[in-house]
Design a protein around this ligand. Structure first.
Ligand code: PLP
Length: 387
């Protein structure tokens, strides 16, 4: 009989990967499956980025790099943030990691322990709640509501702060809802945080380049008053269609950056060197393909939201950012999990139950529209046929 630590039993998962595995198994058995479940761009990484990765390998970049990332890449991140958000970032405060997830894990490990409280969006990216529980801290959900466009309410967040609150995780544009929190609400949140100097903020801005209808991204980096307690997470996975390269970064406050780098050294030493060179080419090269991808997502978004709203039992709020639609499906009479399983088995359409993103996701399904327009239309046609 093995004696495992309790903590491992508290670790959750990301159900999108389980749905993907089931969808792939059905496809391998010969079923025609349309996968609107997994949250990754269906585009290839732009060629010039792939070439930079290949060149790095040919040029002999085969060894360890500094744990926080090659200096040129961290400088390029700082330059990119200056260009996109108009902020000054010290490249030494940038820590390059294998994807977006490690920053979440590290931030929560730094602040989470029994007796501590960490706030996180619900429905939200499932790894937040999972790693908070793993750390032993108490997860305190920030309930996101359809009626509010799934934006967070500063008032609700501030009202939940206690002496035990150590970290607040926010995410805009958001997974799984596509919700975007307006600047006025972020202004209110930051103003209110002045009364709670013991609270740190993790702002997950991985979808920062995916906003629609003229919306502009508001980065928490743009608020100097919280820079000494802000961890800003972003990366290459979504923007440059690089999920499999495993490359992300965070800007850490000066007081935490050494701890973050020590976590890197303990965890993974450094990010794959060729991937870092590819990431450098992504930031410094042409951005046309990023704009083309976002334009394609926008077109699909309009189609899927309209189609879902014309599907009996479905009601879909405007999806303001990222590449997800999060319709309310209460009118179908099915629970979220039931609907997910039914649509996969009967319609051959993979979606993810809202409850995979927390208890507040009951009554909703997540559709990733990182798929072709033909697939989206066919998926909706099949769903209408099987409900
Ligand atoms: C909100 C959010 N943050 C972070 C990530 C993680 O990205 P990565 O694949 O780079 O770890 C995702 C991936 O789906 C996400 O939706």
């Amino acid at each position: 009989m093995l004696h495992l630590a309790d903590s491992i039993t508290r670790l959750g998962t990301e159900s999108a990967f389980e749905v993907l595995a089931r969808a792939q198994k059905l496809a391998a058995e010969g079923r025609d499956i349309i996968n609107l479940g997994i949250g990754q761009p269906d585009f290839r990484t732009p060629d010039h980025i792939v070439e930079a990765g290949i060149k790095a390998l040919r040029d002999g970049h085969h060894g360890y790099t500094p744990a926080n990332g090659i200096p040129g890449l961290r400088e390029a991140v700082a330059a990119d943030l200056a260009k996109r958000h108009g902020v000054e970032v010290n490249p030494d405060h940038v820590v390059v990691v294998p994807g977006g997830k490690p920053t979440m894990f590290f931030a929560v490990l730094m602040f989470g322990e029994p007796g501590a409280e960490i706030m996180y969006p619900n429905p939200g990216f499932p790894i937040y709640e999972s790693v908070i529980k793993y750390s032993g801290a108490t997860p305190v959900p920030i309930a996101l509501e359809e009626a509010n466009g799934f934006a967070l309410s500063a008032e609700a967040v501030l009202a939940q702060i206690t002496r035990k609150t150590r970290l607040i995780i926010i995410n805009s544009p958001a997974n799984p809802t596509g919700g975007v929190t307006p600047k006025a609400e972020i202004d209110r949140l930051v103003a209110g945080l002045a009364d709670h100097p013991h609270v740190a903020i993790l702002s997950d801005e991985i979808y920062s380049q995916m906003l629609y209808d003229g919306r502009e991204h508001v980065s928490l980096l743009q608020y100097p008053e919280i820079r000494d307690r802000l961890i800003m997470l972003d990366g290459w996975s979504k923007t440059y269609a690089m999920t499999g390269w495993r490359l992300g970064y965070a800007v850490w406050p000066e007081s935490l950056v050494d701890d973050a780098v020590r976590l890197c050294i303990n965890d993974h030493s450094c990010v794959n060197a060729a991937a870092q060179h590819a990431g450098l080419a992504a930031l410094t090269g042409p951005q046309d393909e990023v704009h083309e991808m976002v334009a394609a997502f926008d077109e699909r978004r309009r189609i899927i939201v309209a189609e879902l709203n014309q599907t009996p039992g479905f009601r879909c709020a405007d999806a303001a950012g990222a590449f997800y639609a999060f319709p309310n499906i209460e009118g179908t009479g099915l629970g979220a999990r039931e609907a997910q399983d039914h649509l996969l088995a009967e319609a051959g359409v993979a979606t993810v139950a809202g409850t995979s993103f927390g208890a507040w996701g009951e009554g909703y399904l997540r559709f990733s529209y990182a798929s072709s327009i033909d697939n989206i239309r066919e998926a909706i046609r099949r769903i209408r046929g099987c409900l």
